[in-house]
Design a binder for this molecule. Structure first.
Ligand code: FAD
Length: 536
């Protein structure tokens, strides 16, 4: 049995020790294990099923950053037991230096990184086609609608990979084992093992190579502790470690109204012949981002506000009328249903009824189809509506900012202090990206934006909705220059011959993509690098 509670009793020196069994840790461990290397995985969670976060951290501003028990999970499979499963690749522009924002250039190219995309997509089970090469896609100087976001089919990776790990001869997963400190040899340039605790039992696990894959924040915490133990050695690293903490800005400030309501079919969730769900994303092409001096933002369609009967969607009107009842019996976990349950205007009820009666058959069909899709695909509730009117959700890049950071607590070094900050640059970029998208949609005859907040309050609305902590990017960023980054192009921590990071914390920019697909690509690339170093 390769999954056990606590550490093995032997003093075996493993080829590779991986800290964390989330998507990144599992990708490295399983790949290296398949190649015959002995791998030990230390996982702080003590259940097969993920429980809530191991301990807390001090979040300085809870309006912009979720608490860790909400934004992370411990246990086999890590936070994949809670994630939404949306897989999106980074764009070429995310890798390049841009004169209009302070984002660094990656030390590797987009083309090189993309070599691990298919393997990562297979690992996550989301289907492999992210670029639409068909005739519907628009890719010109005004608009890019040629990228898909894809949903992982079975998203809790602990379940997906349990048998593979349990039957592996090379991989040992130690549950309930928390990595406390990474241990160096007397020179401080080689790591030799990890001090751990499992309940009241302490043990040093020995390995030739250590991969820290403990999620963005806990990975940074372990490196900050190492820097504290080796200040002299880490001096050159103190600049970037823990800094440039990024996530994304998400929310809605506008509705998209399509000139031809039927066009919406291409922008809702669709299913490919292999049964994978995907959704088209709308973006500003790189030349337009440069001209408007904005960052990368992806827009996707969502169901319109239920309460607003102008959507002329019978299924949504039925839900709007039922929302107060659904909300009471707590069937309504959805934020939209919750919002619809309060503040409904009685004058709108007649209009909702009119929507239902006018399309009784379509209403029934759409309601049952959407219920099935939600059950099997965990999809947002969305149907085609005859007004061509949809909520427009943005998922926007955040610029690296050295004052957005994490550090060890001043009173208690085992607690993390999280000082996560958005700036006006982030917020302004989102507002101006909407304005630019609106111009492009009108110019191309596709549709227009209708703002759902007064125009002079858009900045406040974006700022009020900005909250992350789920995407933990940038705090051990990659750069070939140790003064600008914590890990090199191979994810090796600068100054250490055999210490590596597999985490979103190593991504130098946040792009408009959700991070897990890129993180798994990075982890698989690292597994190949480790294979090369072991073979040498
Ligand atoms: C509600 C929610 C929805 C999300 N939706 C999406 C989405 O749709 N798309 C997307 O791309 N991303 C999404 N994410 C983010 C996604 O879950 C993470 O990007 C992903 O899980 C990161 O993988 P990881 O392996 O780096 O870290 P994790 O999955 O966090 O795994 C880290 C593991 O390390 C363990 N660990 C931590 N510290 C220690 C230690 N000291 N010793 C031993 N073990 C330790 C933890 O217990 C955990 O099991 C979502 C997250 C949440 C919370």
């Amino acid at each position: 049995m390769a999954i056990m509670y606590g550490c093995p009793n032997s003093d075996q020196v493993f080829d590779i020790c991986v800290i964390g069994s989330g998507p990144a840790g599992l990708a490295v461990a399983l790949t290296c294990g398949r190649r015959g290397h002995s791998v030990i995985v230390l996982e702080a969670g003590d259940q097969k099923k993920a429980s809530l976060a191991l301990d807390s951290a001090d979040v300085l501003d809870s309006t912009t950053h979720a608490p860790l028990h909400v934004s992370t999970r411990v246990g086999f499979g890590g936070t994949s037991s809670a994630w939404g499963g949306l897989c999106v690749p980074y764009d070429p522009i995310d890798f390049s230096r841009r004169s209009w924002i302070s984002a660094p250039e990656w030390p590797i190219s987009h083309d090189e990184f993309t070599r691990w995309r298919v393997e990562a997509a297979r690992f996550l089970g989301c289907g492999e086609t992210f670029d639409d090469t068909g005739s519907i896609a628009i890719r010109n100087e005004d608009l890019d609608s040629g990228q898909f976001g894809r949903l992982a089919r079975r998203n809790a990776l602990g379940k997906v990979y349990y048998t593979a790990v349990a039957t592996s001869r090379s991989v040992t997963v130690c549950m309930g084992v928390r990595a406390l400190n990474i241990i160096c040899d007397s020179t401080g340039s080689q790591v030799v093992g990890v001090d751990t605790s499992a309940g009241s039992v302490s043990k040093r696990v020995l390995a030739r190579r250590i991969v820290v894959a403990a999620g963005g924040l806990r990975t940074t915490q372990l490196l900050l502790a190492l820097a504290q133990a080796w200040p002299r050695h880490f001096q050159s690293n103190t600049a970037p470690l823990g800094k440039y903490y990024m996530g994304h800005l998400t929310g809605e400030i506008a509705a998209l109204v399509l000139d031809n309501p039927r066009d919406a079919a291409a922008y809702l969730y669709n299913r490919d012949p292999d049964g994978h769900w995907f959704q088209r994303r709308l973006k500003l092409p790189p030349s337009l981002q440069e001209m408007e001096r904005v960052m990368n933002t992806a827009f996707t369609l969502r169901a319109p506000m239920l309460n607003d009967p102008r959507h002329r969607d019978g299924a949504l009107s039925a839900l709007a009328l039922l929302a107060p009842a659904l909300h009471k019996v707590s069937l309504a976990k959805s934020e939209r249903l919750r919002a619809a349950a309060v503040g409904q205007r009685s004058s709108d009820r007649l209009l909702h009824l009119r929507n239902i009666i006018a399309q009784a058959f379509t209403t029934m069909r759409n309601l049952s189809a959407a219920a099935v899709r939600r059950r099997i695909g965990h999809l947002p509730f969305m149907t085609l509506n005859s007004a061509g009117r949809y909520a427009l959700r943005y998922h926007a890049e955040q610029a690296p900012n050295q004052y957005s950071k994490v550090s060890l607590g001043s009173k208690n070094a085992s607690r993390l202090t999280i000082d996560f900050q958005y700036t006006h640059v982030d917020v302004d970029s989102v507002v101006r990206s909407h304005e630019s998208l609106d111009k492009s949609l009108r110019k191309l005859g596709i549709g227009r934006l209708e703002y759902i907040v007064p125009r002079d309050q858009c900045h406040d609305a974006v700022s009020n909705q900005a909250r992350d902590g789920y995407h933990q990017i940038g705090t051990t960023r990659m750069s070939d220059n140790p003064l600008e980054g914590v890990v090199d192009r191979n994810c090796r921590v600068h100054g250490f011959a055999n210490l590596y990071v597999a985490s979103a914390s190593a991504l130098p920019t946040s792009g408009s993509a959700n991070p897990t697909l890129p993180v798994v690509m990075m982890a698989l690339r690292l597994a190949d690098h480790l294979q090369n170093t072991i073979a040498r």
